[in-house]
Write a protein that binds this ligand. Structure first.
Ligand SMILES: [Zn+2]
Length: 348
């Protein structure tokens, strides 16, 4: 029997006329002209000539020179199999002629397509590869997916991933951690979680509070997670005591358009877009679908809306393109499939 696909319906909200953020009080609100407070703040900062920092590739080369390795690897590259992190790996090896160690972690929900992309890249580029797979987080993920808490699944995951990355950098004495974060994912701060645990950014205040409240309670109740970090600051402080490593992304410094490097990756590294992923033209794990669904339901937006809004403000992406990429492109059946993977014993 072929069941009809069940469409996802979400309450519609007013969207900022300039970026793609919806009204989500108290953090995001629209003024009389339909423009959000984040866009207005951006305008204010633009007026201040010291407020805008533009990075150049020469700045990146300076960073590489200042962080030379004494061990076998020059940098540890966080690889998710997506276009941006695969391009980072490619640039570190080919453009900057360094010897990277590729690092991928799989919490059990990475897609076969993403892992295949990574395998092709490390094989073709001849790069050493560290693959860490563990179901350590499964219970926590299942708890989040089955509770009414507004915690965003991606947040604890990125805390764990960042912590592991620093541990690996320490293990191999690597001074530089390279991520695939784009300009929309960067901030003036030296490090930000890919998934928006940045408590200092207005758009993330409510999400971060929900995550923090969940982790405070859950890690107290569950011995298995008693040492689990509660915030990115905690991850960074712990890491700093053991080993100093700088986190940086080449995309912050390069003028390259993703359309350009996707073509290179396809041609040289057999890289492919996955069949289905949210947002459009991205590569993410299965749990991302659940995370996106709950973020939309609870807050009216996801961290992808924040990242793309930033790119729209900086004229790196058109508002129309962003709206297209952010359209919900999956249905209830996909959510059910992920829930089954996460909680096989729950008869849904
Ligand atoms: Zn806006």
């Amino acid at each position: 029997m072929d069941a009809a696909h069940t469409k996802i319906t979400l309450a519609s909200r007013m969207i900022c006329q300039r970026c793609v953020l919806p009204e989500s009080k108290p953090d995001i609100w629209l003024d009389g002209e339909g423009v959000c407070n984040i866009c207005r703040e951006f305008d204010q900062q633009k007026k201040d000539p010291g407020g805008q920092v533009k990075f150049l590739e020469s700045d990146f080369i300076k960073i590489l020179n200042q962080n030379k390795s004494h061990g076998p690897y020059d940098c540890l590259v966080m690889c998710s199999g997506g276009k941006d992190s695969t391009a980072s790996l490619y640039y570190m090896k080919k453009r900057y002629k360094l010897n990277p160690l590729a690092f991928t972690f799989d919490h059990g929900f990475e897609t076969e397509e993403a892992l295949e992309n990574i395998h092709h890249a490390v094989e073709i580029l001849g790069i050493d590869f560290l693959f860490f797979k563990s179901d350590f987080m499964k219970e926590m993920f299942a708890r989040i997916a089955s509770s009414d808490d507004k915690v965003v699944i991606c947040h604890p995951c990125s805390l764990w991933y960042m912590g592991l990355t620093f541990e690996m950098a320490a293990r191999f004495d690597i001074p530089l951690i390279v991520a695939g974060w784009t300009k929309g994912q960067s901030t003036n701060q030296p490090l930000m979680s890919r998934c928006g645990c940045n408590v200092h950014q207005a758009e993330f205040v409510s999400m971060s509070k929900a995550t923090q409240a969940f982790l405070d309670q859950y890690t107290k109740e569950n011995l298995k997670y008693k040492d689990f970090p509660r915030s990115m600051e905690e991850v960074l402080n712990k890491a700093k005591k053991r080993h100093k490593a700088m986190v940086v992304s080449p995309h912050w410094f390069l003028p390259t358009d993703p359309a350009v490097y996707v073509e290179i990756l396809k041609k040289e590294l057999k890289w492919k877009f996955p069949r289905l992923s949210y947002p459009g033209l991205s590569t993410n794990c299965y749990l991302n679908f659940l995370s996106v669904y709950y973020s939309m339901k609870n807050f009216g937006f996801t961290h992808y809306h924040v990242e793309m809004s930033k790119m729209v403000r900086e004229s790196l992406l058109s508002r129309q393109e962003a709206l297209k990429l952010l359209e919900i492109n999956f249905d209830q059946d996909v959510l059910e499939m992920v829930r089954q993977k996460l909680m096989p014993n729950e008869g849904i």
